[in-house]
Write a protein that binds this ligand. Structure first.
Ligand code: BJ8
Length: 417
């Protein structure tokens, strides 16, 4: 039995709707890769990404496919360390090693990797990556004010020009509107799924929810959304029937911090094998991915706007291409990554999610050597303590060597709740 099976399939009373996601993960190197190659054979383009700031709706509106690339294993790190320092974030070494060793079929299927200037490690790693693969880097400012919002909007336009050049297509209002709706529907389905985790007893494990949240990054968005909605319907029935996967009132935890790139399941596995459900993740593989939606045009839309009107005010309907792109820019700029300073909004998000989910404490998890999140961990701790919320700060890598140590620390934390 492989580690994936022992982590996932041995869980008791899993929802039937997880069957689709089990299938997707079991076929991770099969069917989806074939779909990407078929798309390319017909002249389509595949964009690889590593960060939430790259807007999927623009890529799919231009007929491209967007895939969040794998960055959650340690077996590719040795290849990465041929070029990069050892004491670097494991997420960066993971994806870099996949390209260096040419071992990820998703990476090899991409026509362009879209990077971003979020943290220094990624920013500099893209320079080396660019020597091996086509890379385009979006500049993400690190402060939020009127000037940087303009800069970010300009970056979005530059990226669109690059994507138009690659795909040979022109972005239109109608296509963007259609794709804003497509990705908003996906986000709303994930919002409903993740809100069901706040019920008591919890109808789905944190590990299963994490798997769904990870698959969101690379599956076909239409099929994925339909599968999440089916799962949601099943979980709603479980809630009505009082069915859970952990005993009612089991101490529940939430996590905050760096992303859980697939297949990084370690922390959730440690927590849930202790008998404590994980009911939320303030993470880019979690709430930061699906919380915000892009403002959609109301119906009728274009008719109510003068052609060429460049922007719209919040609360208005973005009724032309300029307005809709403003809405896209705003939605993505409102993601609260630790690469921003100051970042008080993120502290508010963590507190809010903790209250809503009923978590008894927060495990603030940071990948080793991730400076932005490690330094921000003290702010998280201070704010949560002020709110009376217990918090445990942890940092770890992708190796399993600290599994026992994590069990001990988390066990002691739960005891103290
Ligand atoms: S929006 S969290 S996906 S940058 S863990 S590589 S920050 S050193 S992944 Fe991230 Fe976008 Fe922010 Fe989200 Fe650097 Fe830290 Fe590594 Fe990180």
């Amino acid at each position: 039995m492989c580690i994936r099976d022992s982590i996932y399939l041995e869980q008791p009373n899993r929802p039937e709707g997880m069957g689709y996601f089990d299938f997707v993960i079991s076929e991770i190197h099969g069917l989806r890769v074939k779909e990407l190659l078929d798309h390319k054979a017909k002249g389509g383009k595949v964009f690889g990404t590593f960060c939430l700031y790259v807007p999927d709706e623009v890529i799919t509106a231009l007929g491209g496919i967007s895939v969040g690339l794998c960055a959650g294993t340690d077996f590719s790190e040795a290849d990465a360390e041929l070029d990069l320092p050892r004491n670097l974030c494991p997420l960066i070494k993971s994806f870099y090693g996949f390209k260096k060793g040419r071992i990820c079929p998703y990476f090899e299927a991409t026509d362009l990797v879209v990077g971003e200037t979020t943290c220094d490690g990624k920013t500099k790693a893209y320079e080396h990556l660019g020597a091996m693969h086509p890379v385009y880097v979006m500049e993400v400012p690190h402060r939020k004010n009127d000037d940087t919002r303009k800069l970010w909007r300009a970056e979005l336009y530059k990226f669109i020009a690059e994507a138009e050049r690659l795909t040979g297509k022109k972005l239109t209002y109608e296509k963007l509107r259609e794709n804003v709706r497509l990705h908003n529907a996906k986000r709303r389905a994930l919002q409903r799924l993740n809100a069901l985790r706040w019920k008591n007893p919890v109808p789905i494990s944190g590990k299963d929810a994490l798997l769904v949240n990870q698959i969101a990054f690379y599956d076909d968005p239409v099929r994925f959304t339909a599968s999440v909605e089916k799962l949601v319907a099943e979980l709603e029935q479980r809630v009505r029937d009082g069915v859970g996967v952990f005993p009612k009132d089991a101490p529940r935890l939430m996590t905050s911090g760096t992303p859980f790139a697939i297949p990084n399941w370690k922390l959730h596995h440690v927590i849930e094998t202790g008998g404590w459900p994980v009911v939320a993740e303030e993470s880019c593989v979690g709430s930061r991915y699906f919380s915000g939606t892009v403002d959609e045009p109301s119906e009728p839309s274009v008719a109510s706007y003068a052609p060429g009107k460049p922007s719209y005010a919040p609360g208005e309907s973005p009724g032309d291409l300029g307005g809709l792109l403003d809405a896209v820019a705003r939605r993505f700029f409102d993601i609260h990554c630790a690469c921003f300073t100051p970042n008080a909004e993120r502290m508010d998000d963590i507190v809010d999610l903790c209250r809503k989910s009923g978590a008894k404490g927060v495990v603030n998890y940071t990948l080793s050597f991730c400076t932005p999140y490690l330094v921000e961990a003290r702010h998280v701790e201070n704010r949560l303590k002020k709110e009376g919320i217990p918090v445990l700060n942890l940092d770890s890598d992708y190796g399993m060597g600290d599994f026992g140590q994590l069990q001990t620390r988390i066990g002691a934390f739960v005891e103290s709740l």
